[in-house]
Design a protein around this ligand. Sequence first.
Ligand code: SAH
Length: 216
Amino acid sequence: MKESLILKGLRNIMLDRLKERGISDVNVLNAMAKVPRHIFISKGFEVQAYEDKPFSIAGGQTISQPFTVAIQTELLQLQKFDRVLEIGTGSGYQAVILAEMGANVYTIERLKELYLGAQRIFRQLGYSINSCWGDGYEGKEIYAPFKKILITAAIPQIPQRLLDQLDTGGRLVAPVGDGNTQIMPIIDKISGNDYVTSHCNIPFKFVPMLRDKKSI
Ligand code: SAH
C-alpha cells in the first residue's frame, strides 16, 4: 500500500517522541515505525493518529496512545512465535504491532462492531491474526496456554482463569485498578501456581474492562 511522505514523516516524529520518553526496545520501535497507525483511526484524522494521545474509536472506546502501546509491548518481552492473547482488540492496532513482531496473536473484543472493524483491517493489511468476539474475562481456553497475555482495558483484579491460561515461563501484563487510574503489574509464571510480580511505576488510564460481550 502506497502512503504519503507526510504520513511517514509524522510516524518518524512519533518514533522520536517514544525514544525521548524512554522506549528502547528496537523490535517495538521497528514495528511501530512500520505499521500505519492512521488506518486504525477515522479518515480525516491522519495527523492526530501520530500524536502521542489516545483517540476515540467506535463504541465509545479509545485506541491507546502510542506511548502506552509501546510500553505495554516492551514489558511483554516478546519473542518471535510467542503465542499471545490480547484482551480488548479495540481498533486492532496493538494486535497488529504484536503480529508485526512475529507473535502468533489471538485477540478478544467484547463489542461486535469493533471486532468486525478490526478483522477488516487485519485482512486489508495482510496480517493473520486470530480474532474472537467474546468476553475477555473468560480468556480463550481452547487456544491456551499462552506465552504472553496482554490486557488493554482496566481490570479490577486479575482473574485466576486468565492466570491458568498462562504458560509456565509466561508473562501477563495488565492495567489493574478502578476507572480513574491503574498500575501496571507484570506477572511472571514461574511454575504451576508460583508467580513473581513486578511493577512498572507509571500510572495509566484505560477504559474499563466490562463483563460479557455486546452486540453493537
Ligand atoms: N488494544 C486496543 C485498545 C483497547 S481499548 C487498540 O489497540 O486499539 C479497550 C477495549 O477493550 C475496548 O475496545 C473495549 O470494548 C474492550 N473490552 C472491554 N471489556 C472487555 C471484555 N470483557 N472482553 C473483551 N474486550 C473488552
